[in-house]
Design a protein around this ligand. Structure first.
Ligand SMILES: NC(=O)c1ccc[n+]([C@@H]2O[C@H](COP(=O)([O-])OP(=O)(O)OC[C@H]3O[C@@H](n4cnc5c(N)ncnc54)[C@H](OP(=O)(O)O)[C@@H]3O)[C@@H](O)[C@H]2O)c1
Length: 291
């Protein structure tokens, strides 16, 4: 065990990793912590942040990236190798004597599920909690509100939300809440060790209701257009997704259609002792993105 406080954030160029990096950098309490942003390909990190490149498929790069680190935070990208990559990362954390691991998982993860996204995330959660290193905790984050800022941005701007057909509601979570939750965990990890938190918003919305919220707040017409799942699957393939990634995404949407992701998790209430940010506030806060 080492005494320093060096925090490695994998996927620092992505949504989840990026929100943790921003949260740590904007909080004075972490002024004495050394932060290492782990990127895969891109190096577009602020000059003040130490960046290391690593590839989940390359065990040596993970060991190099984790040198001297005592806390590692990560989410696995959707990939047919993701379970193997997760095992490799856990092993590298063990070799490097990482003391604490925070893993971003998916909602309803369950190794026994017959649905691919749930079973694979469940297997990875089990592996992360098997404690080959010191302590571990898991945040099962529901769909991110920020997907409307990233992948769905131009649909909102153009007033036409062409989304996979889905009748179910989803309790979207805002990344600001996710970042704040991670900071709270880092301050007192013993209180969270070994636990799994369902991180969702406080209210679940369906696609038509989301479109209405955008119309209300942005004061311009925004409507939901249903894209049949077969067409959605075809468009994913056109974008270069392989069969595994496509199946993963389509099954997620099938589950959403069955209203499986409408539940309200306790995560933010328990960790932050507050109500998660609302979708209305999220839209108000990010208005400029869709102008
Ligand atoms: N978005 C959601 O609504 C949501 C909700 C819950 C859970 N999740 C889960 O969390 C995962 C991450 O989500 P996200 O929205 O943060 O994804 P994202 O924005 O696409 O970011 C993915 C990150 O992973 C890095 N990466 C990709 N391949 C890698 C590799 N082989 N080795 C090391 N790093 C690699 C990327 O680095 P480069 O940029 O350098 O390629 C990027 O920083 C998702 O795949 C999903 O399973 C997502």
């Amino acid at each position: 065990m080492n005494n320093k406080n060096k925090i490695a954030i994998f996927g620092a160029t992505g949504s989840l990793g990026g929100c943790v990096l921003n949260a740590i950098r904007s909080n004075d309490k972490f002024g004495n912590s050394e932060v290492v942003a782990i990127a895969h390909q891109r190096r577009s990190q602020p000059d003040t942040v130490q960046t290391r490149l690593a590839d989940y498929a390359d065990p040596d790069s993970l060991i190099q990236a984790l040198q001297g680190v005592n806390t590692a935070i990560y989410a696995m990208p959707i990939n047919r190798e993701m379970e193997k990559w997760n095992a490799t990362l856990v092993k590298a954390a063990d070799i490097c004597e990482v003391e604490r691991l925070i893993r971003f998982s998916g909602p309803l993860a369950d190794a026994r599920s017959s649905f691919l996204p749930l079973s694979i995330q469940g297997n990875m959660d089990d592996r992360a909690l098997a404690r080959e290193f010191g302590q571990a905790a898991i945040l099962r984050t529901n769909f991110l509100m920020q997907n409307f800022v990233t992948s769905h941005r131009y649909m909102v701007r153009d007033g036409s939300l062409l989304l996979p057909a889905c009748e179910g509601r989803i309790s979207y979570i805002d990344l600001e809440d996710v970042g704040s939750a991670v900071l709270k965990m880092l301050e007192d990890f013993d209180s969270y060790d070994g636990q799994i938190f369902d991180v969702t918003g406080a209210v679940a919305w369906n696609n038509a209701e989301i479109a209405e919220i955008f119309s209300d707040v942005l004061r311009k017409e925004c409507s939901y257009q249903a894209l049949e799942l077969a067409a959605y699957s075809g468009s994913l393939k056109e974008q270069g997704m392989d069969a595994f990634q496509t199946q993963f995404m389509v099954e997620l949407l099938e589950l959403a259609d069955m209203d499986e992701f409408s539940f309200i998790g306790e995560g933010i209430y328990t960790i932050l002792a507050q109500r998660p940010k609302s979708f209305y506030t999220f839209v108000m806060d990010n208005k400029a993105c869709w102008q």
